[in-house]
Design a protein around this ligand. Structure first.
Ligand code: DCP
Length: 737
């Protein structure tokens, strides 16, 4: 859905740079003999000469189009050079083009904020560079204007072909121009220089649009190709949009554009000017209505994001006609190959850019044999991404099977898959300073590691016999153990001083996560499980299968709750702080401020009550308490991970600062699980305030920092307990008011 953003107060200079017939250029650079020849890059699939995916401008002159296949292209252009896209693992390997694209981006990014919009297009915010130029060397004082800049197309100015260069020079150097046009003139000169540099350094030509916003810059870059640039002064916008067909506008190519055409009888963007903002809002909602009103006037406040790297990584393959995959074994075979490539790419992203992918998605197109319901789409399925090829393969297959089950419903019929892809998205920088960074830098990337010993059928029973409403429950502790042990050893090697009691092995929490990489297995297992539960098939009774119960056991000494003060003595009689909060009190808008892995877990738990409503075995109260517990637990774990060593060289975190949830409690000595007044279970754990390493406090969200600093101050000056922690409010929606 388009998002309406207000017009920025100050004029901006935005460029959209688009490479010309990009794959062809990359191939021509590799094989210079192809330069100047009609050339096209074709897909690996050789049926009818292969599908054309990039066509050189020489070939376009013969009428060759991207929609053609190689054989057809040869008919209209017998001399066409058809180059097959590189192949790896039985599918197109785009690395050559990706790297070529990055070469260009790194040159363009030297002049301003740069957003890589696709493999071959980039937005640049040149406002600052243009302002500096206007201040220091305005075009009117330049002795010579760059030749490439003089070739610019300036809408509304250079429509008259006679003495185009003279017109351009005059427009660029006008001393009486308004400030906005002067900035655009500077932008045009800067972009001309950049394009020249790109050509010199990479041998690639590109085209560009220069305007006051992204929308207009994008429209302009496609207006004059190849190797040209187009400037959109504000005075030309009305005419430009008056003749622009609705469907040519980004985000109007689909249903919204069709509705404008049929319901409002709008043919061009300019036609929208006849409607008031209220009328458009009434029909399409407030946001879309305002967006439409804005674009009719050429208003677009969208920012150029500072992003040189792709937003996601995807690998896909199509299986047209008779190649359709008809068995889970053949799907698994291809998914494995796609996942192998995906895994390599996210690993290299992690190594080079220190970014972690968080979500794995499987998309497919499929049909049912002899079925009239051919409109039913194969549902896309996602889950938290676990690093490691085998894990990605395993999870992708689970997602596919889950999608297949949903796609087939109760029908026991044949099916075929015509396209398959896997995507890694939500690529986020590794938070600096936390133990996960150290772990990942040790080349042990594993945002999660568990459940590999759970068979696919355990989570998604595929056979009709498994769809009888029988619940699948798998205890998290059982699942996590093997991996937990394995990775903890690595953590031990790395840290050297970590000691834990054997019983800790069974714990599954953020606490463990921050204590070492082993715990990530548990952590993301939780999330993974949660996600799988979301996607779990419905039983015949309509209830979802749950693979495990959302119950996290925490360490924690025995405690006796004090109902009214929130301060409780522990076994040794020391005073402890307590506070209560409920999952419903967590303010989702605050979650973004938490360390990533904690975010994920909290988000997982936020989903729990929804699942619990449909679950026979998981009570929402348990989930709710666990969720609250996880958040506190995260902090607890965080501190423990950074705890200073005691004089004996081992970490000490037995607690004096007792944190509990769920209201007044009676401790259960052996498990750390307690009941509140209403008999609901809740979890407890302990934290020694002396174990908090002040040097890591900076890494916490600011409000929690303040709270922790408060604890430390109080602890230093007097051994008094705090009542009513603001952390409660941190996660509470009440905080907003
Ligand atoms: N591409 C592809 N499949 C498509 C469309 C494009 O694989 N259906 C690839 C090949 C293109 C590259 O993406 O070279 C960039 O696509 P563009 O749409 O920008 O087209 P070109 O760069 O090829 O040509 P133009 O000069 O028209 O931008």
């Amino acid at each position: 859905m388009p998002i309406a953003r207000p017009k920025p107060k100050d004029a901006r200079v935005i460029a959209h740079v688009d490479m010309d017939c990009f794959y062809v250029q990359a191939e021509q650079r590799k094989n210079p003999e192809l330069r100047g020849l009609p050339t096209a890059v074709v897909q690996y699939n050789s049926w009818k000469g292969g599908a054309l995916i990039a066509v050189s401008y020489e070939a376009r002159r013969f009428g060759v189009k991207r929609s053609m296949r190689g054989d057809e292209a040869k008919k209209v252009c017998p001399n066409i050079q058809l180059i097959q896209v590189p192949v790896a693992r039985g599918k197109a390997d785009l690395n050559l083009y990706r790297h070529a694209g990055f070469e260009v981006v790194s040159i363009l990014a030297t002049k301003g904020r740069c957003e890589r919009a696709s493999i071959d297009e980039v937005y640049l915010d040149l406002t600052d560079a243009a302002k500096s130029m206007l201040l220091e060397t305005p075009p009117e004082v330049l002795e010579a204007i760059d030749e490439e800049a003089l070739k610019s197309h300036i809408l509304g100015v250079t429509d008259d072909i006679t003495d185009r260069e003279g017109n351009v020079r005059e427009w660029l150097c006008r001393s009486d121009a308004d400030h906005e046009d002067k900035l655009l003139a500077c932008g045009a000169i800067i972009i001309a220089q950049l394009r020249t540099k790109v050509l010199e350094e990479t041998k690639f030509t590109c085209s560009a649009g220069i305007a006051h916003n992204k929308m207009l810059a994008k429209l302009a870059s496609a207006m004059h190709k190849p190797a040209q640039q187009t400037v959109v002064p504000s005075s030309s916008v009305k005419d430009l949009l008056a003749s622009l067909p609705v469907k040519k506008m980004k985000q109007l190519g689909g249903k919204l554009g069709s509705s404008l055409q049929t319901d409002l009888e709008v043919k061009t963007i300019g036609d929208l000017l006849q409607f008031t903002e209220e009328q458009l809002q009434e029909r399409y909602g407030i946001n879309t209505g305002t967006w439409l009103w804005n674009i009719a006037r050429g208003i677009n406040g969208e920012e150029v994001e500072d992003r040189l790297l792709p937003k996601s990584h995807g690998c896909g393959k199509t299986f047209p006609g008779p190649q359709a995959l008809k068995t889970t074994a053949s799907v698994e075979n291809w998914l494995n190959q796609l996942c192998e490539e995906l895994s390599e790419r996210i690993q290299s992203d992690l190594d080079q850019n220190k970014r972690l992918a968080h979500t794995l998605t499987v998309h497919a197109k499929a049909f049912k044999v002899n079925d009239l319901d051919f409109h039913k789409k194969f549902p896309s399925k996602s889950c938290p991404l676990r690093y490691g090829t085998a894990k990605i393969q395993e999870d992708a297959m689970k997602l596919f099977v889950s999608g297949l089950r949903e796609f087939l419903g109760s029908q026991n019929i044949g099916w075929g898959v015509t396209s398959l892809s896997v995507t890694a998205s939500k690529l986020l920088d590794i938070p600096h300073g936390t133990s996960i960074v150290r772990f990942l830098q040790d080349k042990n990337p594993s945002t999660s590691l568990a459940c590999s010993n759970v068979s696919m059928e355990e989570i998604f029973p595929l056979h009709p016999a498994d769809q009888n409403g029988k619940q699948n429950e798998v205890a998290s502790e059982e699942i996590g153990d093997d991996n937990d042990t394995l990775v903890r050893d690595k953590a031990l090697c790395r840290r050297g001083t970590w000691t834990r009691k054997p019983k800790d092995k069974a714990k599954c929490s953020i606490l463990n996560y921050f204590q070492g990489s082993n715990s990530s297995s548990c952590l993301t297992k939780e999330a993974l499980d949660g996600s799988f539960q979301d996607h779990a098939p419905l039983s015949s009774s309509g209830n979802q299968h749950h693979s495990r119960v959302n119950k996290i056991k925490q360490q924690g000494g025995p405690a006796e709750a004090n109902n009214d003060t929130g301060t409780h003595p522990n076994q040794t009689g020391q005073k402890i702080d307590t506070w209560n909060f409920n999952i419903e009190d967590i303010d989702p808008s605050m979650i973004d401020e938490l360390p990533l892995e904690i975010q994920r877990e909290v988000q997982g738990w936020l989903q729990s009550p929804k699942r619990a409503n449909t679950s026979k075995r998981v009570s929402s109260i348990e989930s709710s308490n666990s969720s609250a517990c996880m958040t506190k637990q995260a902090l607890d774990g965080f501190f423990k991970d950074h705890a200073p060593l005691s004089s004996s060289g081992s970490q000490n975190y037995s607690g004096t600062n007792k944190i509990e949830q769920g209201g007044p409690a009676k401790a259960n000595n052996s498990t750390g699980t307690h009941r509140n007044q209403t008999g609901q279970k809740f979890d407890m754990w302990t934290l020694n305030i002396e174990d908090i390493d002040p040097s890591i406090i900076d890494e916490l969200p600011s409000e929690i920092q303040r709270e922790v600093q408060g604890w430390l101050r109080r602890h230093k000056h007097a051994n008094t307990s705090k009542r009513g922690s603001s952390i409660v409010h941190y996660f509470s929606s009440a905080k907003k008011s």
